[in-house]
Design a protein. Structure first.
Length: 100
């Protein structure tokens, strides 16, 4: 399903491209070309009444690890039966020049 986070697929169309600016990290997913824009500026999450298929992501750096907390998922965002109150935390650590 589009928007399932984290990507639990393997093999076909399971690639990502990651872009970073001073204010945001953007993750482009090969499967269905979903894009997550993750603000790094410390802004709060959207109001709980605002629900999105990919949720509302906010990121911060903890040393060399990008920590992304995503909330406000739509009821259509079904991650293995989780409710729309899901709080998903992703951690991305660079382990090689071209590998997260």
């Amino acid at each position: 399903m589009p928007g399932d986070m984290p990507n639990l697929l393997a093999g076909y169309n399971a690639n990502f491209q990651v872009y970073q600016s001073a204010d945001d990290v953007v993750i482009l997913r090969e499967m269905i070309h979903d894009v997550r824009v993750i603000p790094l500026d410390g802004r709060p999450h959207l109001n709980q009444n605002v629900r999105q298929l990919l949720g509302d992501a906010r990121g911060r750096w903890e040393g060399d690890t990008l920590v992304v907390e995503t909330t406000n998922f739509s009821s259509l965002s079904n991650l293995r039966g989780a409710s729309s109150n899901l709080r998903l935390v992703d951690r991305f650590t660079r382990i090689a020049p071209d590998t997260l």
